[in-house]
Design a protein around this ligand. Sequence first.
Ligand code: NAP
Length: 253
Amino acid sequence: MPLPVLILGGTTEAAELGRALAGDARFRATISLAGRTRRPAPQALPVRMGGFGGVAGLIDHLRGENIAALIDATHPFAAQMTAHAVAAAAATGTALLLVRRPEWRPGAGDVWRMVDSMAEAAGALGKLPRRVLLTVGQKDLAPFAAVPWHDYLIRSIEPPAGDAPAHRFLAARGPFTEAEELALLRRERIDAIVTKNSGGVATEAKLAAARALGVSVVMVARPPLPEGAACVATVSDADAALAWLHARSPRGV
Ligand code: NAP
């Protein structure tokens, strides 16, 4: 009997894990997406779309689908989904793995200002007008409307959802190369980038480009892990998640 697996996705790690599991008869795996983007990246596994309906809905889903292994490979800023996964796995006794890519850390030549929230990031841009590249996604933009004197270029997959400052919009989906990021920063004469500390390689080229040009970076720290997550098995990439799954497969590796 194949092992029923649910992967909470929306990340490169989840997609990579999906490619590794596709066609593997030891597993019956599905990827779950929130449905935030109109054209989600193609997945190698069957996809289910949309919220579960809170912790209770996720518990029902885990029970209804007989899920034996739940892998939370959501983005490090998708804190609510992770909290729900931890609670639902505990309630149902489902084996849970968290996939958390390492944070970005500043190195020599970086001009980073670390902040704990999007409101603090908006304040950190200062009183003088700046040309700002906002790469914080589509739904965390409201605090920048309170500091409207900056010239904002918002880059995300989808246009802003909800309050946002006056801006120009650049629709784009990573990965981005350093050459592309250098060209963008130069063309737009960007002097500050605001980003979440997402980690990972797909969107880190902007940091190298900023270093090369002396552009300052406002780095928003990750939200804390939810209660109970510290006791959950955690790995940092898709290969390690695959190894964890293999250890649970009916016939081993
Ligand atoms: P969130 O705030 O933690 O979750 C809000 C609600 O969205 C959850 O309670 C759940 O609804 C639903 N949801 C989230 N992820 C889901 C998934 N993979 N499958 C089914 N339902 C999901 O999440 P978010 O920050 O909006 O992120 C949404 C998705 O975008 C995630 O898949 C995440 O990996 C991806 N993403 C997020 C970011 C980011 O910066 N936040 C960046 C890149 C990708 P119910 O309570 O109804 O179950």
